[in-house]
Design a binder for this molecule. Structure first.
Ligand SMILES: Cc1ncc(COP(=O)(O)O)c(C=O)c1O
Length: 385
């Protein structure tokens, strides 16, 4: 499906971020697949009504979210502890403003989604980075370092599953994180936006399901935007089991009237959560196939590029350090010569140096073209490692 000239960032925004539209876009984390027909139908029907006045979010809206996460992840959210947010990043900023003061410490596990560090810096909080360890292609938490960073922090800004290294944290890992947060009395903002993209053999565990203590110190953030490819509807849900934390978030949000929803958001989101499972399962299978294809192609044609095993998300993190540890060189090869617009590793912090991220949520033909162009450009460049 052609997305050019629809004002979408992934295609039309390349003009701004890459100075040209002449690339294969593999960067922004949305998908090149039309969303489920049920979502389009629900939006079209609402549109045909022709009156777009002030609106309520019906009880069924929250019910659809509740039922989906219960069905797919065994997450039983209390409906009176759920709040609409206009996306996950705004909810992260909002949480930092609600629960911390300027100067308070916030820990993130790096490399991680760039807006995490930005949210901490822009709100004037103190950023602590706890680097993940790449243990022969398997990223792990350095618990001793995390312990030390949390001793100086009020908040852990956690990504589960983790973008970009694609880890689906195991129960023992989550339990150790939760224990450290309890030890240092740290609030957890758990961004679980990628939780519906879990590859075969892995299981997502919502942070609030780790223990009662974890639940009581967590602001859990989920969203339909990755799951159903509806990022433009601007929707997210904050689930806050603890009474006091919930009331603080709700009262502060009310000051900005942040709970009001765009009329189409509620309709589209409810349709997605109620009717999107089958579509999602098909997309999951397809993305997994794309991942397998990319791994095989790199292994056969350019083993210096090592894909990190995809456990969750639809974002493939490529270890390119055997080619170069210099982002500028990798960008020159993949982008300028290969004409592929992926994400340079340093977009995710300094620990991302020597890595490159590709979005797998596209037709196989597009992925094949992009990967082949990257490999051909690399062979022509003859970079010495
Ligand atoms: C970890 C993570 N959080 C949040 C977002 C964006 O969330 P939203 O568009 O709802 O603000 C992304 C998008 O890629 C992401 O990867």
């Amino acid at each position: 499906m052609d997305r050019r000239n629809t004002n979408c960032i992934k295609y039309d925004g390349m003009r701004i971020y890459y100075k040209s539209n002449d690339y294969i876009p593999m960067w922004v984390a949305d998908m090149d697949f039309p969303c489920a027909q049920e979502i389009t139908d629900a939006l079209a029907e609402r549109c045909r009504h022709g009156i777009f006045g002030y609106n309520l979010k019906p009880k069924e809206y929250y019910q659809s979210i509740h039922d989906f996460y219960l069905r797919r992840h065994g997450l039983e959210m209390r409906m009176d502890r759920m709040l609409y947010t206009p996306g996950i990043v705004p909810a992260i900023h909002w949480s930092l403003l609600c629960y911390t003061q300027p100067g308070d410490g916030v820990t993130i596990l790096t490399p991680v989604y760039g807006p995490f560090a930005k949210a901490v810096n822009i709100t004037g909080r103190t950023l602590y980075e706890s680097p993940l360890v790449n243990n022969d292609g398997h990223y792990e938490i350095d618990f001793a370092d995390l312990d030390e960073k949390l001793s100086r922090s009020k908040v852990l800004l956690f990504c589960s599953p983790h973008n970009p290294v694609s880890r689906v944290w195991t129960r023992p890992e989550l339990e150790r994180v939760a224990e450290l947060c309890q030890k240092h009395d740290v609030l957890v903002i758990s961004d679980e936006i990628h939780c519906d993209f879990i590859m075969p053999g892995y299981k997502h565990i919502p942070f609030v399901n780790v223990s009662e203590d974890a639940a009581q110190r967590t602001v859990l953030l989920v969203s339909p935007s990755k799951t159903f490819n509806v990022a433009g509807l601007l929707a997210g849900t904050a689930y806050i089991p603890n009474d006091e934390l919930f009331i603080t978030f709700r009262n502060e949000a009310a000051q900005l009237n942040m709970y009001m929803t765009n009329i189409f958001t509620a309709v589209g989101v409810q349709a997605a959560y109620e009717h999107g499972d089958e579509w999602l399962d098909q997309v999951l299978k397809y993305v997994h196939g794309n991942y397998i294809w990319a791994c095989e192609y790199f292994r056969e044609h350019e083993p210096r590029i090592r894909p990190i095993p995809l456990e969750g998300t639809y974002l493939l993190w490529l270890d390119c350090r055997a080619v170069s540890k210099d982002d500028a060189i990798l960008k020159d090869i993949f982008e300028e010569k290969g004409r592929v617009a992926g994400e340079a590793g340093t977009q995710f912090g300094n620990d991302g140096t020597g890595y490159y991220r590709l979005n797998l949520a596209c037709p196989r033909s597009v992925l094949e073209k992009a990967v082949k162009q990257m490999v051909a450009a690399l062979k022509q460049s003859q970079v010495e490692s």
